[in-house]
Design a protein around this ligand. Sequence first.
Ligand code: HEM
Length: 145
Amino acid sequence: MDAKVISAAERRAQVQLDAASIGIDEDFISDLVDAFYARVRADQQLGPIFDEVIRDNWDAHLAKMKLFWASVALNAGLYSGRPMDAHRRLSGVEPRHFSLWLELFRSTLDDISPTPAVRLYFVERAERIAQSLQLGMFGAPGVPR
Ligand code: HEM
């Protein structure tokens, strides 16, 4: 068997190369997070949900979200948090808010992605994470949590 065992550092370097080869880097992630949350804050339904929790700590939230996306997209390993707990604590969030969140995320990417591949890279990951957050928050239809 010649399966190659690779170290975490090698894996991280590979993910970063793959991401860089389609044009994803920390600058793009920073722009994406800034542009996306500007739309979230301006949204009549999502804005108040975020503002109620984040209040005047938006700078810290944006910085955290940049580390989160760098960990997801670049395997940067700089985010350590508990997204499931953070979302389970929220009140008044329903599945329709997730649809809206994803709609805003997609339309932000439509406007700023350098290529369709970059858009797809982030959309696929956001949809997967949104799905797992929703399973944790609302359960699967017909299946108790
Ligand atoms: C309806 C959809 C969503 C709403 C209303 C929402 C709202 C929030 C709020 C208010 C916070 C701040 C929590 C706090 O500081 O205690 C937060 C944190 C966070 N959100 Fe969301 N979110 C949504 C969807 C998502 C999705 C789809 C993702 C990932 C793709 C995501 C990733 C995160 C992460 C990583 C944090 C930081 C958690 C931490 O470490 O403190 N959220 N979200």
